[in-house]
Design a protein around this ligand. Structure first.
Ligand SMILES: Cc1ncc(C[n+]2csc(CCOP(=O)(O)OP(=O)(O)O)c2C)c(N)n1
Length: 579
């Protein structure tokens, strides 16, 4: 009898990759996709790596595919924007061995900077997109995605969402089957995308899509479940679960392949069923196509384009009833805040004191935007902090940016920040860039990167020296400093924002949550000495609150012992004591 296990969606995708015989996987972390690579790294048979960004990851996977082995890349939805340059052209070249790109969307914005819908990108890149609705399907459909990839000579996008990636259901395990490596054959017209060959390949892309659309009604993962024909739903992914829960007796057309759509199958379904709703989170991707065929369906005039759906929400909209039997869960308010002992807090406390604005970036340090630190003014996408500041300088001159710096994390700097820094060097910037080097990719849960000295598989490797990297591209002034040295930081930042020399300040201290990072101290307040001035509260440490009489207290169980607060009490009321 085959083994069954309860698995997270991400675990199941990794298992699907293993069973599909994937040999190479390259990815960049991003919630909710990160754990796929971490689970996959546990299978010795599969080569897995963290790439510095998603474009590199996809290109690595494409190289492996062209050489003849099944390969994949994983990323979050915004990662696909970074990888979209190779993506659009890989649609033209096609593949050799199967190539699947896992993209995790985040309806509801649990942990992202926007809510974009990858299905739209699949359509514009003319790539097939497969979407499962539970963990077992995640594993099975993942294998099927490789079959589609090889049958139609195309990369396939495999879409997951936060709910699917991070919830569990039963998975039936299978064996790993490794197809024979495909032979590589040189073909300039297929793999060298210059105009003459690209013109030819564009025809291939169109023909492939037409063929796939015809075949789609026979794909086994597009299924019709006829029941009560008064009401029916066309849906896919996790929303399928909501439909089944809310309307168990309705007819359902469940799509496993969202691009291209099975036109004939959908036409038949709409003919058979009296009222058809299209249930899809985010954009009306299915709906717009179905309407363009002249079919009468209901969709976004009833349902929002924002956030996650639920069974109860469907019932409310369609039946006008709210029979949710559960009390609404009220989670305690938890304002976004840097952890106790976080070195980023130290940097932002100094910038706040100096009334400096920061062109920010994406990572834990984005929290430098919120009260009481209030330092970061802008955050757009990974790597943008440096280029935005450069734009400001070129628009308004050095005087304007004398109270501005760019703040960027170590992983984000290697992801896309370094390109922007090259631009600063080349185009004669005199700005100040601060790399907040906490030795890890903190935001997504401590992944290794090219400057940590460890690979995804946990092996030792060369650690890029960020200071040397900056010097090597021509940054004239590179300063490394302990992130907790507030006096030193203050002096360095003041000098550099006022100088005409491009400066990179690397503020170094490991993430407080990395193993073994607890300081051997605990901070204590002498309430006799506390003058209730509140200066120490301005650093926004969650371990610090006030007593009823207004004096400050420190929760010893939360205090990490970094001692940052001691710098902000001029009355000497806070001291560090050994634990
Ligand atoms: C294009 C893109 N890829 C991935 C992510 C997910 N993500 C957000 S921040 C981040 C890196 C954070 O690491 P680092 O820059 O070192 O800062 P830290 O969180 O450690 O402070 C990642 C991977 C994203 N938001 N956008």
């Amino acid at each position: 009898m085959s083994e069954k296990r309860i698995m997270l969606g991400n675990d199941a995708i990794a298992r699907g990759a293993y069973e599909a015989g994937v040999k190479v996987s390259s990815s960049y972390p991003g919630t909710p996709s990160t754990e796929i690579s971490e689970f996959l790294a546990k299978y010795e048979e599969v080569y897995t790596e963290w790439a510095p960004n998603e474009k590199v990851a996809l290109e690595v996977a494409a190289g492996a595919s062209i050489s003849g082995v099944r390969s994949m890349a994983c990323m979050k939805h915004v990662g696909l924007n970074v990888a979209s340059d190779p993506l659009y052209t890989l649609a033209y070249t096609g593949i050799n061995a199967g190539l699947v790109i896992v993209v995790a969307d985040d309806p509801g914005i649990a942990s992202s900077q926007n809510e974009q819908d990858t299905r739209m990108i699949a359509r514009s890149a003319h790539l097939p997109l497969v979407e499962p609705s539970d963990s077992n399907e995640a594993k099975e459909y993942f294998k099927y995605a490789f079959d589609l990839s090889e049958k139609y000579d195309t990369p396939v996008i495999f879409r997951t969402t936060t709910k699917l990636s991070h919830s569990q259901s039963i998975v039936e395990l299978g064996e790993r089957v490794v197809p024979e490596d495909k032979t590589y054959e040189r073909s300039m017209t297929k793999y060298v995308m210059m105009p003459a060959s690209a013109i030819g390949r564009h025809k291939v892309v169109e023909a492939r899509e037409i063929q796939m659309e015809k075949d789609a009604s026979t794909f086994p993962i597009n299924k019709v479940e006829y029941n009560d024909k008064k009401i029916g739903f066309i849906t896919s992914g996790v929303p399928y679960q909501y439909v089944k829960e809310a309307f168990p007796n309705a007819s359902v057309l469940k799509l496993g392949v969202i691009n291209p759509l099975p036109k004939a199958m959908i036409e038949d379904f709409v003919k058979e069923v009296e009222t058809v709703y299209i249930i899809e989170e985010l954009e009306p991707v299915i709906e717009e196509q179905v309407r363009s065929w002249g079919l009468n369906v209901k969709g976004k005039e009833c349902f929002t384009k924002q956030g996650e759906y639920s069974a109860n929400m469907l019932k409310k909209v369609i039946n006008g009833t709210d029979d949710c039997v559960f009390e609404k869960a009220v989670s305690p308010a938890r304002p976004p805040i840097l952890c106790p002992g976080c070195p980023h807090r130290s940097v932002f406390s100094v910038l706040n004191k100096l009334k400096i604005h920061a062109s920010g970036d994406i990572g834990c340090y984005t929290l430098g935007a919120v009260a009481p630190l209030n330092v970061i003014d802008t955050t757009i996408c990974m790597g943008s902090s440096i280029s935005l500041l450069h734009g400001m300088e070129k628009a308004k001159g050095k005087e304007y940016i004398k109270n501005w710096v760019a703040t960027i994390g170590d992983s984000t700097f290697l992801h896309t920040g370094v390109n922007s820094l090259i631009n600063m060097v080349y185009n004669k910037s005199s700005a100040t860039v601060m790399i907040l080097d906490n030795r890890t990719t903190g935001m997504t849960g401590h992944q290794e990167h090219a400057a940590t000295g460890k690979t995804l598989k946990g092996e030792d490797t060369y650690a890029i020296d960020l200071a040397e990297l900056c010097r090597s591209i021509g940054v004239p002034n590179v300063i490394e400093i302990n992130a907790f040295d507030v006096q030193g930081l203050e002096k360095t930042v003041k000098e550099s924002v006022n100088s005409d020399t491009l400066t990179v300040i690397i503020a170094k201290a490991p993430c407080a949550l990395l193993k073994g990072q607890k300081f051997p101290y605990v901070c204590k307040v002498d309430s006799e000495k506390c003058k209730k001035c509140g200066m120490c509260m301005k650093i926004g440490c969650p371990a610090m609150t006030r007593n009823e009489d207004g004096t400050v207290k420190i929760d010893e169980t939360m205090c990490n012992g970094c001692g940052l607060c001691t710098n902000y009490c001029k009355f000497g009321a806070i001291s560090k004591e050994e634990r």
